[in-house]
Design a protein around this ligand. Structure first.
Ligand code: PFF
Length: 442
């Protein structure tokens, strides 16, 4: 087998994996889901899932990937075979589907860079809400931006793992972090912001419901990029010396910090401007421009924010695509550049109905009241990723546990205090917990 590309350093790997994890899921989806699910209580359940099941599944994926040095399908085949590669296959299909709508939303962020710069995002909160609604329901404009975003994704993937993905993440992730802090300072000092802070940080446990658990768990999987093989693929480019447990802890922590920061940015602003926190996907695109309109240098910060959000989305999109590229290169000998362009086009086409479902196809429902975009999001985040998580933990906990113990401790070279805790979660807590949440959610 030809030698496999590798990450340049531990920091490079952690930032690339964090680049995969941190994305629209943190800054766009997390605040509106928190808003729809009652605030602080959702936050606590979310963090509980992240640091128990989420962290363990992420470590499981890193271990599978590094042990096998393969794409998700190939990794399950090398380590065990039988029907297990199907788990990798389902994950890769999920990645395809997620990227198709992810790119549509990421296209909105590019559009908002342009709109900020050209000064069209003006007026009060109602006007901004109306502008957002008419933009996303347009049959043409968002699709052009979706095409542009898929083009960018393909371009980074063409650059390769080290020079493309790792290099971009090392510069852009720290920038995103600093900018979030600056914006939070503005948001929490808006008059009326304290109601938003209370909503986010003071849990009201009377609001707890089965739906909330389901939403928190699926959001944890989506946000951490687990349950579909992206982290298996990233782990496959790791060298033998890396400490997997520590890396997984870093990535989950960075991802959670950014989600909490995004909540601290959006929710206080939502309350300060009198929006409904349960308003859904438009939240970020309406409240933030309203914040920018109220701060000195708002246009500048606005451009910078949507630019960085685009980049955060890009480093995630790349990780949604890489498993597919790795599969066809590892197993079928395809040239990665050719497959990047080919699948880029396929995913673009698949995204078109998602975009149209917010406008001219909005009457067309697939699951219950949900349109195409929401249905694809629901099937992938609420079903496919959690099922991927169950299978991955069962695989590590029961099927190849000895090999995975060696992997997590680098053949007993490194001490791993939580080895038994991790295996316990993989064997029992993760499969049972996820199944319970799935069933009660249905
Ligand atoms: N974790 C990304 C986000 O929060 O935006 C989305 C994502 C990336 C999901 C990669 C799944 C994945 F494999």
């Amino acid at each position: 087998m030809k030698s496999r590309e590798q990450w340049g350093s531990r920091l490079g790997f952690v930032l690339a994996a964090a680049g995969s994890a941190v994305g629209l899921g943190n800054i766009w989806k997390f605040p509106y889901m928190t808003g729809q699910n009652g605030g602080g209580a959702f936050l606590i359940i979310y963090l509980f899932f992240v640091f128990t099941i989420g962290l363990s599944v992420m470590l499981a994926e890193f271990a599978i990937g590094r042990a096998a040095q393969r794409n998700p399908i190939g990794a399950f085949a090398v380590l065990k075979g039988k029907a297990w590669p199907l788990v990798g296959a389902i994950g890769m299909i999920a990645g395809f589907l997620i990227l198709s709508f992810y790119s549509v939303v990421a296209g909105w962020t590019i559009a908002y860079i342009v709109k900020m710069a050209s000064g069209t995002l003006v007026g009060d909160a109602d006007a901004l809400g109306a502008a957002f609604g008419s933009f996303i329901s347009d049959p043409v404009e968002p699709i052009l931006y979706h095409a542009l975003f898929m083009g960018l994704t393909v371009a980074v993937v063409l650059g390769g793992v080290h020079d493309g993905i790792e290099r971009a993440c090392k510069v852009l992730m720290p920038m995103l972090f600093v900018l979030l802090i600056v914006l939070i300072i503005r948001a929490v000092t808006l008059p009326g912001a304290e109601k938003g802070l209370a909503f986010f940080l003071m849990p009201d446990f009377s609001k707890i419901s089965a739906d909330m658990f389901n939403a928190a768990l699926s959001q944890a999987f989506f946000s951490l990029s687990i349950g579909m093989g992206a982290m298996i693929t990233y782990g496959s480019y790791l060298n033998r010396h890396e400490n997997l447990g520590k890396s997984a802890l870093w990535v989950t922590s960075l991802d959670s910090i950014v989600a909490v920061l995004a909540g601290l940015l959006i929710l206080p602003a939502v309350f300060a401007f009198g929006f409904d926190p349960a308003a859904g996907p438009g939240l970020t695109f309406i409240t933030l421009p309203a914040v920018f309109a109220q701060m000195p240098g708002g246009v500048f910060f606005g451009i910078l924010f949507f630019l960085l959000l685009t980049v955060a989305a890009l480093t995630s999109a790349v990780s949604l695509m890489q498993p597919i590229i790795a599969y066809f290169s590892d197993e079928k000998g395809w040239n990665p550049k050719v497959s990047a362009v080919f699948f880029g086009i396929v995913i673009f086409v698949l995204g078109i109905p998602s975009s149209l479902s917010l406008g001219i196809w909005s009457d067309f429902h697939i699951i219950g009241e949900k349109g195409f975009l929401d249905s694809v999001d629901y099937i992938t985040s609420n079903l496919m990723m959690p099922i991927g998580g169950i299978m991955t933990s069962l695989f590590v906990g029961w099927v190849v546990a000895d090999k995975m113990k060696d992997e997590a401790t680098n053949n007993n070279e490194k001490k791993f205090k939580f080895l038994n805790g991790w295996l316990f979660i993989c064997r029992f807590l993760a499969p049972l917990g996820i199944s319970w949440v799935l069933i009660s959610g249905l």
